[in-house]
Design a protein around this ligand. Structure first.
Ligand SMILES: *Cc1c(COP(=O)(O)O)cnc(C)c1O
Length: 427
């Protein structure tokens, strides 16, 4: 498959943007390659600048759950376009999207719209600190919560890594307030808890993790988080920027039947336009300006185009409820892949929930970040490229999840299985 136009565009992009991209994962650094530049997309298909076609398993990292260029969403955006693109003032469609979200995620008694997932988690952290009057945060290694200063901290080995920022530019004094524990590990968490419980503002977690590959939280682990937060008057924040309206209508919190104090959303709720939202208990949310002392704002927050796209997408999702179908579709593809891999003696594990799935080159499914690190890197890279050259677009890193859409119908699933079979033959 030739990608000469992509290559020359990437060449130009590198003199314009750091690394040639506006978000790092896109650069294919994790798979030692050059990114594909796209010019259009329809349903499950992406078309690149060299007119190659790919069956898309990223879906813009979640939002394209009803396929690219879905006519219902395009029509909603077009209708709003005629009425104006931004007023910097309240609109009824903000009420509509807020009402829809609240109807499906009842723990969000009140919510506020922002423009990205990062803004949503950042605002949750500030609100948790302001509300509790405490400073420390516990997060879990491999969970990504956007590029928020306080949250760009990972654990090294051992139980707790105390305050080492992941990135230059983050004061160590700030990072020192963030504790990172291994995911799905109650024991390690309890030890850290003993150290920090007096000053713990919040525990933040991806209840279904999609940023270290796809790893669902263990129910007992997530229940422990709820109990510990209750016991120490700390807030439990579910970062459902990825899982919200992706694994099912109510998010991971509906699956596990756990009510967080605050929830961060993003990705799907914008229907492909830039949107985030955060919300939770009314007593907490009412601490925000203008009725409370904790400041949070946004010039383009609640943008009418983004709201219309989000409303059209969520309304359709609620009507169609495609989540069982989505899970069946990705399971069918991935079971086929696993059988072929195992027949070649290649260890492979996979799982799916709703419209998300994951696969790993490991005997058994990883339970945390360390396990993912130990899965076979070389094999991932090889398979990524043999699949890409067959026209299958998986996420370019073993630390990312897979996404499927309702437009991945029987014919697309069959085509995918054939392409994957060829890709595996070339390994
Ligand atoms: C994508 C993501 C974010 C950040 O959202 P942006 O819109 O990229 O800022 C935060 N948390 C999780 C779980 C995510 O998957």
């Amino acid at each position: 498959m030739k990608r000469t136009n992509s290559e020359s565009l990437f060449e130009q992009a590198q003199s314009l943007m750091p690394g040639g991209v506006n978000s790092p994962v896109r650069a294919f650094k994790n798979v030692d390659g050059k990114p594909v530049f796209f010019k259009s997309a329809k349903g499950p298909i992406l078309i690149d600048e060299d007119d190659n076609k790919y069956i898309d398993f990223i879906g813009s990292w979640g939002p394209m759950i009803l396929g690219h260029s879905n006519p219902i969403i395009l029509d909603a955006i077009k209708a709003q376009l005629e009425l104006g693109t931004s007023y910097g003032a309240p609109t009824s469609i903000e009420n509509s999207l807020a009402r829809i979200i609240k109807s499906q995620v009842p723990s969000m008694e009140k919510l506020r719209m922002v423009n990205s997932g990062t803004e949503a988690t950042m605002s949750c952290i500030r609100l948790a600190r302001g509300f509790t009057g405490k400073n420390k945060i516990i997060k879990f290694t491999g969970c990504y919560h956007g590029h928020v200063d306080s949250l760009l901290v990972k654990a090294g080995s051992g139980v707790s890594t105390f305050g080492l920022p992941d990135s230059p530019g983050i004061p160590k004094e700030l990072a020192a307030l963030t504790y990172s524990c291994p995911y799905n590990d109650v024991e390690a968490l309890s030890e850290v808890m003993n150290e920090v419980s007096d000053d713990l503002a919040a525990i933040i977690v991806e209840p279904i993790a999609g940023n270290m590959g796809f790893i669902p939280g263990n129910p007992s682990f997530l229940n422990t988080l709820r109990e510990l937060c209750d016991a120490h008057d700390s807030l439990l924040i579910f970062d459902e920027v990825m899982s919200g309206f992706r694994v099912n209508l109510g998010g991971a919190q509906a699956i596990y039947k756990i009510q967080p104090d605050l929830t961060a959303l993003g990705k799907v709720i914008g229907g492909g336009l830039p949107v985030g939202a955060f919300g939770g208990k009314q007593v907490i949310m009412d601490q925000l300006a203008p009725i409370g002392p904790i400041y949070q704002a946004g010039t383009l927050s609640g943008n009418p185009l983004a709201m219309s796209a989000g409303i059209a997408l969520l309304d359709t999702l609620i009507n169609v409820n495609p989540f069982n179908e989505l899970e069946k579709a990705s399971s069918e593809i991935m079971t086929h892949t696993k059988n072929l891999m195992n027949a070649k003696g290649i260890p492979f594990s996979t799982s799916s929930i709703g419209g998300m799935f994951g696969f790993f080159f490991s005997e058994s499914l990883p339970n945390n970040f360390e396990d993912v690190v130990h899965s076979d890197d070389d094999m991932f890279k090889k398979f990524f490229y043999t699949a890409l050259n067959q026209g299958i677009y998986f996420a370019p890193s073993k630390y990312e999840a897979g996404f499927i859409s309702s437009t991945h119908d029987h014919s697309i699933i069959d085509q995918t299985k054939i392409k994957i079979e060829k890709a595996i033959k070339e390994l």
